[in-house]
Design a protein around this ligand. Structure first.
Ligand code: ADP
Ligand code: MG
Length: 591
């Protein structure tokens, strides 16, 4: 008996729809992108019940003819490309011709549309791919699409939606990713009759303030520094926050050719430009826009994914870092003693600062890849990430070498810092960060040699992960094992932790694992070296002494011994300052 059947269209469409439309936010994204592709100058978004009952997008774009209005809902119907070759020159947001058919497969859709050249418009009603109504109608030029009762015919998907609060947050995030690219288009966003955003046409800076000026971590145009850099490879422009605008939940956005993207590697480049300027846990806001020839990035990624592959990311890394660093330098915001800030009046500008404020030169090493070089060596690869730092001017005087800790006589000050006075100057050390750096190096070496030091638990600790987290955990398992974790799967999403790396002591192993999973999920990196770095860093942060812990002199000496034995101890693996060195001349200059 033959067993293969063709699925009915309605079922095939629903399955395909699941790929493109996963939640109200994905629907909103597709609709607004269509409006932008249609050249709209003003786009209004209305949602009800976090988009679950209604998502409506009204634009003043080109509109559609009667037959195009009907065609638009056919799968793979698009006005944007006609051959595969076109894919490599894409400048529109959409191109797959999948969004509208996917939406109407899983919702009740009502559209009105009119071109400027037509007297009357077209009204179309479709529910679950069935056309219910098509007739002429009176309507404004442009297109209005109402999507009601998303997933009304796929109860399993509907149940899968998160709370209204979460889905509304997703809608807003999606909206922000778009409006931050189009300051020349006016947008409004109304949720359950409340106007959440009303953004007029303006400059990019005004748009950023329009979006974040009223949010919890308020951001004003006066806190932003412009960046701009043109190279043959890439054009980088946008804004970065002055260090004082840093916060625990800073707004951080990267875009490429008008699309939001996640790019942990470029994120790192930005953070490194701030090395030594921010206190613990503080993150700088940034809005960075790359323009690059479409041929050198892979755009043919899934519509719901935000990762974008760059052919040349190793060359872009130092360009980006130097560009940000230059902006910070130009505006004299590179302080030379961040630990004492506040207590000491810093000269607003002096010769030394002015001299160091000149923009750094760019030396691009195109073969440079911090993650792949020096595989065999036990030295962690991140060390090479700092190489570009040497290319830009770093204000702190280099530390004297070698440092012998027995001559340092460390003293503990102001909850968490160690000072050492020497004839040649004064050294300040951030104790927690020093500890993190030491542990990170130890763990990174263990990860590479698969020789983690493990400690068995008397009573297994249980770890339950969500369906999203489970596959991430599985990919992390080999590395987790080599660092000393032992996990036994007890059910589809529950594991027993029987051993843990000994550095963690008697800390909660599940919490550390959760942090590792969260970081891996957030980074969405598939670079293995990156993953190892995540693990080592998260564990080091979990195991390190808390900020403010009092250390005995013996403990401090021991810590400094281990710190200065490292090849790179000046900054933590995630780019924060560990040691500040004030040379005798620097001190003299301050008086
Ligand atoms: P894609 O955007 O990938 O082409 P869609 O399914 O999103 O596919 O849209 C199909 C087609 O419908 C588009 O190519 C465009 O011609 C038309 N269309 C969709 N939305 C609008 C709109 N708001 N204004 C004008 N035309 C639109
Ligand atoms: Mg589209």
């Amino acid at each position: 008996m033959d067993v293969i059947r063709l699925l009915p269209d309605s079922v095939a469409n629903q399955i395909a729809a699941g790929e493109v439309i996963q939640r109200p936010a994905s629907c909103l994204k597709e609709l607004v992108e269509n409006s932008l592709d249609a050249g709209a100058h003003s786009i209004r978004v209305l949602v009800r019940d976090a988009g679950k009952s209604l998502i409506q997008v009204i634009d003043d774009g080109l509109g559609m003819s009667v037959s195009d209005a009907r065609m638009a809902f056919e799968r793979h119907a698009t006005s944007k490309i006609s051959s595969a070759q076109d894919l490599f020159h894409l400048r529109t947001m959409g191109f797959r011709g999948e969004a509208l058919p996917s939406i109407c497969a899983v919702a009740q859709v009502k559209m009105t549309t009119r071109r400027a050249s037509d007297e009357v418009g077209t009204l179309l009603e479709i529910a679950g791919t069935q056309v219910q109504k098509q007739e002429p109608c009176q309507c404004a030029v442009g297109t209005s699409i109402q999507v009601q009762n998303l997933f009304f015919n796929v109860p399993a998907r509907r149940r899968f939606l998160k709370s209204d609060q979460t889905e509304l947050r997703n809608l807003i995030t999606t909206f922000q990713h778009i409006v931050l690219v189009y300051p020349d288009v006016a947008f409004t966003f109304v949720s359950d009759d409340e106007i959440l955003y009303d953004l007029p046409v303006g400059s990019l800076k005004q748009r950023i303030e329009g979006v974040f000026g009223k949010s919890k971590s308020k951001l004003y145009t006066s806190q932003l520094l412009e960046i701009e850099q043109q190279t043959e490879l890439v054009t980088i422009r946008g804004f970065v926050g002055k260090p004082e605008s840093a916060s625990k939940q800073a707004q951080q956005f990267l875009f490429v050719n008008g699309r939001f993207m996640r790019h942990p590697y470029f994120h790192k480049a930005v953070l490194q430009a701030y090395a030594g300027m921010l206190s613990a846990e503080m993150m700088p806001p940034y809005f960075i826009y790359f323009d690059i020839s479409p041929e050198s990035i892979d755009v043919n990624v899934h519509p719901t994914k935000t990762e974008i592959k760059f052919a040349d990311e190793q060359s872009i890394f130092p360009i980006l870092m130097a560009t940000v660093r230059a902006a910070l330098g130009k505006f004299n915001v590179v302080p030379s003693i961040d630990f004492l800030g506040g207590n000491i009046e810093m000269p607003v500008s002096n010769d030394a600062m002015r001299a160091s404020a000149k923009a750094p030169e760019l030396h691009v090493t195109s073969g440079y890849n911090p993650f792949t070089q020096q595989k065999e060596k036990v030295t962690p690869h991140w060390q090479q990430l700092y190489e570009p730092l040497k290319q830009v001017q770093v204000q702190q005087t280099e530390l004297p070498h070698p440092i012998e800790s027995e001559t340092l006589h460390p003293q503990s000050v102001a909850g968490g810092y160690i000072v050492c006075a020497k004839d040649s100057g004064l050294m300040l050390i951030h104790a927690r960060r020093a500890h993190i750096t030491i542990l990170y190096n130890q763990l990174a070496a263990q990860l590479q040699s698969h020789r983690g030091v493990s400690q068995q638990l008397l009573f297994a600790e249980s770890l339950t992960v969500s369906a999203d987290e489970q596959p991430i955990l599985e990919t992390l398992l080999p590395d987790l094992r080599s660092i000393g974790f032992e996990l036994q799967k007890v059910s589809s999403n529950t594991y027993d932790i029987t051993s843990l790396p000994s550095v963690l002591g008697n800390q909660n192993a599940a919490t550390a694992l959760r942090a590792i999973i969260a970081r891996a999920a957030d980074g969405q990196s598939d670079v293995h070296a990156d993953m190892q770095q995540h693990i080592a860093l998260t564990l080091a942060q979990s195991a390190a002494i808390p900020m403010g812990k009092n250390l005995s002199e013996a403990e401090m000496t021991d810590m400094l011994d281990r710190l200065f034995a490292l090849p790179s101890y000046r900054i933590t693996p995630d780019g924060k300052t560990v040691v500040v060195w004030l040379s005798a001349e620097e001190i003299a200059r301050r008086f």
